[in-house]
Design a protein around this ligand. Structure first.
Ligand SMILES: [Zn+2]
Ligand SMILES: [Zn+2]
Ligand SMILES: [Zn+2]
Length: 385
């Protein structure tokens, strides 16, 4: 673990991560690979290409925009900014899963790829689970059945170590777990959960080590652990390209030309795929999952290598023993009223936020709740669509 942090248990907040020493703005606090990570089921199904181990994009930025806009004539200027390296791509010899490198393939094999290799395809042992899942959980996705399958593969291979790691993730009551499962799967969640659970019981009838996760309580609890602890991972070769372009030294005229060009590509992408630009998935990170939320966080999460390797960076100077915080809300949600933020956090993570920003706005609640309610209505509509 990074020597810059320490984990302590707080009487009210539970586990917290504190700065072991002073940390400077922009300094790396932590770098962590996921314990398990997967691309979302529909994202994979829709041929968003990425490494099956680390989610590194597996198409050039040019191919990426050509595919998403259905236009094979697009030529990206400054091809040197299209930096995706496809030279080491390898394929599993038994299924079609692609990997960015031999080491990602080896890593996946070490994590028991064999367990699900070919098994999600038609006629595979887990195909029915996969199909049931896709029926219950349309995009936008927040978690994936592939995560549970990968976790089961790990439990098969390294039972003690995996169960111990899994138990470290936040535990809640059955009632809270039910609420979270509801949020995850939507209004018809009860029938969906039991259908999924029954299908899984059938598929894993001979695997006694999974029994505890397939009971009524165990299954909901597993879904809730994944739902509340997983960190979204999005990778995109076009986004990487745009970032490289922004770092080029260009004349004002050239800069404005390229900015217009990039805007025009984003407009076209918006017409064809809307928000679904990236290879998307999620991962469970042992240490990062213990970092608490604040509506005025002192740190942020980035993915420096365009894959699932996560980095926590200080947004400002942090004092020794100060708690490290990140935001579980995106920028848009953070700008909403205290009431709206609290509602979202309560529904998705089951906690009340007592951060300094929320505390300082305690009396604002009535002033801004109208605006908050409107936003919340929008949210609810999106969730049930
Ligand atoms: Zn990889
Ligand atoms: Zn395979
Ligand atoms: Zn707050």
């Amino acid at each position: 673990m990074s020597s810059k942090i320490k984990i302590v248990t707080h009487s009210e907040k539970g586990r917290c991560i504190l700065a072991a020493n002073g940390i400077k703005k922009d300094e790396e606090i932590l770098r962590e690979k996921p314990f398990v990570a997967t691309q979302f089921a529909w994202n994979k199904e829709s041929k968003y290409l990425c490494c099956s181990n680390c989610m590194y994009p597996l198409e050039t930025a040019q191919d990426n925009v050509r595919r998403l806009t259905f236009d094979n004539t697009i030529m990206l200027p400054f091809p040197e900014c299209d930096k995706i390296n496809l030279q080491n791509v390898v394929k599993c010899e038994n299924c079609d899963d692609l990997y960015c490198s031999q080491s990602c393939l080896e890593n996946e094999k070490m994590n028991n790829h064999e367990f699900y290799c070919n098994q999600l395809l038609p006629n595979g042992r887990f195909n029915e689970i996969y199909e049931v899942w896709k029926r219950c959980h349309y995009p936008p996705e927040t978690c994936s059945i592939l995560m549970i399958i990968k976790l089961f593969a790990l439990i098969k291979k390294k039972p003690m170590e995996t169960v111990e790691k899994l138990n470290e993730f936040c535990n809640r009551s059955v009632n809270e777990d039910l609420m979270l499962a509801h949020k995850m799967l939507g209004d018809s969640y009860k029938s969906q959960i039991s259908e999924l659970q029954e299908t899984m019981k059938k598929a894993f009838a001979d695997d006694t080590e999974f029994e505890r996760y397939l009971t009524d309580d165990g299954f909901i609890s597993l879904l809730a652990i994944i739902g509340t602890n997983s960190q979204g991972i999005g990778t995109s070769s076009f986004a990487d390209y745009v970032k490289s372009i922004s770092e080029l030294q260009l004349s004002e005229e050239k800069r404005s030309e390229i900015d217009d060009f990039i805007d025009s590509i984003y407009t076209r992408l918006n017409e064809t795929v809307g928000e679904f630009l990236n290879s998307e998935g999620s991962g469970l990170y042992s240490i990062q999952s213990k970092i608490n939320h604040s509506c005025n966080p002192n740190s942020e999460i980035i993915f420096p290598d365009s894959n699932s390797l996560l980095q926590v960076i200080a947004l400002r100077d942090i004092k020794q023993n100060e708690e490290i915080t990140i935001s579980y809300l995106d920028e848009c949600q953070l700008s909403r009223s205290r009431h709206s933020r609290q509602k979202y956090l309560q529904e998705n993570y089951i906690f009340e936020c007592f951060c300094e920003k929320c505390e300082s706005q305690v009396n604002d609640a009535d002033l801004t709740s109208d605006e908050g309610e409107n936003y919340d209505d929008d949210d609810d509509n999106m969730d049930t669509d």
